[in-house]
Design a binder for this molecule. Structure first.
Ligand SMILES: Nc1ncnc2c1ncn2[C@@H]1O[C@H](COP(=O)(O)OP(=O)(O)OP(=O)(O)O)[C@@H](O)[C@H]1O
Ligand SMILES: [Mg+2]
Length: 294
């Protein structure tokens, strides 16, 4: 079972006191590679006896990693972090239930979900450093110093970047899923009913479709942003033939030091795809000029 699904199921069983412990460990993780018991006690504001008791319960629910040596210390695992994010999103009257998996990428898991208002949304869990995290554990039996800070912190940063760049693009009129909310490593956005460009066997009007994509790349640039990972994998086509650009955590501002290079790569990826698959050719220099609005 995936981490997010397990988290969604556990949500009902986790008691308020246990959430306080999880939050205390989360807080401690910014300063410790393993959060010592005294710090969990301090941050949670609970009595030591209750903390020990609840830690045992959280361990039974498989939400923690415990380091026995050189001092007893605790960190959250991904499921615990998912629980904290899902709990916050449920508390703010946003998410009511998590549905099926929409995709498992190398650095994210995506699910559909229903909001309290009955709206269908997509929920993206960023999972940076997932592989290295597991490998480190396998190799050393415990998480290397800073290793855990990396996944926890990096995943949250990726979600923050994705949400903020999607919001800018959305405001600039780019066709992106509607950015709805972000909490920790999780981004909630509008659900798109469609297919990835790379999974489409034949487009009716490939040249027209390429134009639609380029209009959006131009709007993105006019909004001060470069997508940075544009390809047929991150372009979605809806059932009524609309194009949307997804997957924004690596976007950069147009004044980023590698902006030119990233823009060129984005445009090249798209043009090469249409050339190879549909024989539609465009001049890259002209397209870049067009995108920049020159
Ligand atoms: N808003 C959405 N609505 C419906 N499906 C979506 C939505 N966003 C993403 N998906 C589906 O999930 C897949 C993965 O999404 P996305 O590209 O954002 O993440 P990723 O590729 O896993 O991330 P990374 O590139 O960091 O590994 C997409 O290819 C698409 O099929
Ligand atoms: Mg992607």
């Amino acid at each position: 079972m995936s981490s997010a699904v397990r988290a969604a199921r556990l949500l009902m069983e986790i008691e308020p006191g246990e959430f306080r412990i999880l939050q205390a460990i989360e807080l401690g993780m910014s300063g410790y590679s393993f959060v010592p018991l005294e710090e969990v006690v301090k941050y949670s504001g609970l009595k030591q006896g209750e903390v020990v008791f609840r830690l045992r319960e959280l361990d039974r629910k498989e939400l923690l990693y415990r380091q026995p040596e050189p001092y007893p210390g605790y960190i959250l695992n991904y499921t615990a972090y998912d629980c904290l994010a899902l709990n916050a999103l449920a508390k703010s009257d946003l998410l009511s239930s998590l549905g099926r998996s929409l995709g498992v990428g190398k650095e994210a898991d995506i699910f559909d979900a229903i909001t309290d208002d009955g709206l269908q949304v997509a929920v993206k869990f960023h999972r940076l450093g997932r592989t290295s995290f597991r490998e480190t554990r396998r190799k050393r039996g415990y998480v290397a110093k800073r290793g855990h800070i990396t996944w926890h912190h990096q995943s949250r940063l990726a979600a923050e970047r994705e949400f903020s760049f999607m919001s800018i693009a959305h405001a600039a009129g780019v066709a992106v899923p509607e950015p709805i909310k972000q909490n920790r490593h999780v981004v909630v956005m509008g659900f798109i009913d469609g297919f990835n460009l790379v999974d489409i066997i034949e487009l009716d009007d490939p040249a027209g479709f390429l134009d639609d994509i380029l209009v959006n790349v131009r709007l993105t640039y006019a909004g001060g942003v470069i997508h940075g990972d544009l390809s047929g994998f991150n372009i979605v086509v809806t059932k009524d033939g609309k194009v949307l650009l997804i997957d924004w955590p690596q976007a950069v501002s147009v004044d980023h030091q590698n902006a030119e290079e990233l823009l060129k790569r984005d445009v090249e990826n798209v043009l090469n795809y249409f050339k190879r698959k549909y024989g539609v050719e465009r001049d890259i220099a002209e397209v870049i000029e067009y995108v920049k609005g020159d």
